[in-house]
Write a protein that binds this ligand. Structure first.
Ligand code: ADP
Ligand code: MG
Ligand code: MG
Length: 199
């Protein structure tokens, strides 16, 4: 079973890897965006860890709700409301249980990813964070390591795609040949989950 401490480890591990990879995320956002994705998420996840340290929420759902609120209020740019919605809706789907199963988490994440697609209008293949998140949720039944590998493959597979959502879509065909920054950060988020599980 997964408790609030597990969810805090997930958020902390993601904050550490976002911090480490911030320059790379911003570099990916340079040719097909406005070169702020790394700094956006760095600011957001710093706020997440600060808020978790201060408030120490007692349940998995409350950890994700607090993290989602922080991302929405501190990340300028498209990715803030999208990641914030992912975490808030996943947290809401987990309810107020003190511990949840891996199956509960897989189902809740599915709800969260669906909410991101409803909010942003992106489908798989549109060259967004969805291209890492959907394969990860699909693979979660096979374990956290499988989800991490699926998210990484999904992020790499955005390179030949033409963007149909977000800033990169303004470039039309010129968006082809670049890995999507949001799919890349989504793979970091899923890797954080595997790390929290000790995988
Ligand atoms: P901005 O484009 O506002 O500067 P960021 O650079 O922080 O925001 O995030 C860009 C990333 O957000 C993209 O690489 C893409 O993965 C994701 N994104 C943008 N629009 C959408 C959308 N409508 N649905 C899903 N993801 C999106
Ligand atoms: Mg940007
Ligand atoms: Mg921006």
């Amino acid at each position: 079973m997964l408790d609030a401490a597990f969810f805090r480890r997930w958020m902390t591990a993601t904050a550490v890897s976002v911090d480490r990879e911030a320059e790379r995320l911003t570099a990916l956002d340079s040719p097909i965006g406005d070169a702020d994705h790394g700094s956006n998420l760095q600011r957001g996840f710093a706020a997440v860890t600060a808020a978790l340290d201060k408030e120490a929420p007692a349940t998995p759902g409350a950890v994700l709700a607090l993290a989602g609120r922080q991302l929405i209020s501190t990340v300028g740019g498209a990715s803030g409301p999208l990641y914030g919605t992912l975490l808030r809706r996943t947290g809401k789907a987990l309810g107020d249980a003190a511990e949840v199963s891996e199956e509960d988490l897989a189902g809740a994440l599915r709800t969260g990813v669906d909410a991101v697609m409803a909010l942003g209008g992106a489908a798989p293949g549109d060259k967004t964070m969805i291209d890492a998140l959907v394969p990860a949720v699909d693979a979660l039944g096979e374990g956290f390591g499988a989800a991490r590998a699926a998210a990484e493959r999904g992020a790499v597979a955005t390179t030949p795609l033409q963007a149909r959502k977000g800033r990169a879509s303004y470039l039309g065909e010129r968006s082809v040949g670049h890995q999507d920054p949001g799919a890349t950060s989504a793979a970091l988020l899923v890797a954080g989950l595997a790390e929290a599980a000790g995988e």
